[in-house]
Design a protein around this ligand. Structure first.
Ligand SMILES: [Fe+2]
Length: 508
């Protein structure tokens, strides 16, 4: 065995930052969490140009000091000894899918490629799902123009435009690669047409620009009079359960750095995860994975006047706090951090992973950076994590959707098989490949952004909005939005049970 192997490693890792005093030996370092120690040492010496001397006294202080050694304290000494988490014995089985998207120069032809890719992908999904009821009936838009009045056709295309006519009918322009057609959804007369006609008309009002739909109807020049409307949709399946008795926790919109970040509740969450709270302790021990869907920190300059609402006005320190907090969680818990509109990445979606400069002090093996959106496979469960920035445009554009029920807006997204169907409101990076298409059916669709918890199940897909860890902002007061901070959904994957742990309760 190499003598003082730990000392050599530490010296190596602190190269250029600190020089180790020669009386430090491996004995001083045994049992110490290296990553946390390095993070603490870096923080201690940051801003000092020349490498500083890390004396033995200082090392002991960093390791033991209750205040300065926060990160170490949590990991190395205060984990509840009687806590025997079930998830610890279960091996990791996860993968974050790499979303391929090719950045383009934003030329007109690039946008054409982007929309063509969307149309092709969603058309293929519609063809697959509707093969029995519509096969042989799907026509190119250009080809139906020669058809005689009354002929029944099925068209698949992208919605170019939607208007309400002066008689109250819904008129849409549908476009495919061959041309455009005017589709009319007739407003049923009072008491006529039955429930089916009323439903069709109601659904036609929910059509949004740029979504891909299939319409069945009759040729009635210059229109097609619609009789059915089909979204790409997800197939009906059973809710996904697995053999392993593990749980997945969901968080989003932590907003560290905001004055309204719920520190007390977040500390309670860390205590709970470490088995220091008796309430539902067994469930805490089942948590193998945590998926965080963006707005990890509050950011800097995200909106005018934000500086007045910050408790930490340095973006690096905001992320330092974030990673320090997650470093306090048990190491067997795998954490996936997706970016959001408050994070230090480009605003347009898909958003890349957080750049290394924000976490280089914390090369924690159990923290995984992921882009927005991301498919994450967790023991065979496919989670689609997306921040949810497009939910604003969905709520604006679809009647019946509201900020108080995020699950309804998420369902509309799922049915359309596109995370940001309305082009223009939510900035998108034009790419040859529209990676916002939901091309794989998720077992769990997880979002945040609205700061409001919401849950539902649709065709076997669990829809989860995990709310926030930030209190009610002035903006939310003005808008009349009521957030639901510090309520964490936890999915038990063996039984298929969704739990919500409320960290607001001191009696937890
Ligand atoms: Fe947020």
């Amino acid at each position: 065995m190499v003598e003082n192997k730990l000392v050599l490693e530490l010296a190596n890792r602190l190269n250029g930052i600190a020089i180790l005093s020669s009386d430090i030996t491996d004995k001083d370092l045994s049992g110490v969490d290296f990553e946390s120690l390095i993070a603490m040492a870096r923080a201690r010496f940051s801003g000092i140009a020349a490498p500083s001397l890390l004396t033995k006294d200082l090392l002991v202080q960093i390791v033991k000091d209750k205040d300065a050694g926060d990160v170490l304290r949590e990991r190395s000494s205060t984990q509840n000894k009687s806590f025997e988490p079930m998830a610890k014995g279960i091996s990791n089985n996860f993968a974050v899918a790499n979303q391929a998207f090719e950045r383009t120069g934003g030329k007109v032809s690039d946008f054409a490629d982007f929309f063509n890719d969307r149309l092709e992908k969603l058309k293929a999904i519609i063809y697959d799902s509707q093969s029995s009821s519509m096969s042989g009936m799907i026509h190119n838009i250009e080809s139906v123009k020669q058809y005689t009045r009354g002929r029944e056709v099925v068209l698949v295309g992208m919605v170019y435009d939607k208007i309400i006519t002066k008689n109250g009918h819904v008129l849409i322009t549908l476009e495919d690669e061959t041309g455009t057609a005017k589709i009319l959804f007739i407003k049923p007369e009072q008491g006529r047409g039955g429930q089916q006609a009323a439903e069709l008309f109601m659904n036609s009002k929910k059509i949004v620009n740029d979504e891909v739909i299939a319409v069945r109807g009759k040729v009635s020049d210059p229109f097609i009079i619609a009789s059915a409307l089909v979204h790409p949709d997800v197939p009906v399946r059973q809710k996904k359960k697995i053999e392993e008795d593990i749980a997945i926790a969901f968080m989003s919109d932590i907003h560290i750095g905001s004055r309204l970040f719920q520190q007390k509740q977040f500390d309670r969450f860390i205590d709970w995860m470490n088995g220091r709270i008796d309430h539902k302790k067994e469930l805490a021990g089942k948590i193998k994975y945590i998926v965080v869907s963006g707005d990890l920190v509050d950011g800097i300059g995200v909106y005018p006047g934000q500086e007045r609402e910050l408790s930490i006005d340095d973006i690096y320190r905001q992320y330092y706090e974030l990673f320090s907090s997650f470093a306090k969680l048990p190491e067997y818990v795998q954490i996936f951090l997706i970016t959001g509109n408050h994070d230090a990445v480009q605003r347009a979606e898909p958003q890349p992973t957080l750049p290394e400069e924000f976490y280089r002090d914390f090369k924690l093996s159990n923290i995984h950076l992921a882009p927005n959106p991301s498919y994450i496979m967790l023991n065979g469960i496919r989670v689609l994590g997306y921040h949810g920035t497009s939910l604003d445009s969905i709520i604006q554009g679809i009647p019946g959707c509201s900020y108080s029920k995020p699950e309804d807006a998420m369902l509309e997204i799922l049915k359309r098989r596109h995370l940001s169907p309305i082009y223009g409101d939510n900035p998108i990076v034009p790419s040859k490949n529209d990676s916002m298409v939901i091309d794989k059916v998720p077992d769990i669709l997880h979002m945040g952004h609205l700061h409001k918890n919401g849950y539902s199940e649709y065709h076997g897909t669990l829809i989860v909005n995990s709310g926030t860890w930030q209190g009610r902002t002035d903006f939310q007061v003005r808008m009349g939005h009521i957030p639901t901070p510090a309520q964490m959904p936890v999915y038990e994957a063996k039984s298929g049970t969704m739990n919500v742990i409320d960290f607001n309760s001191s009696g937890l």
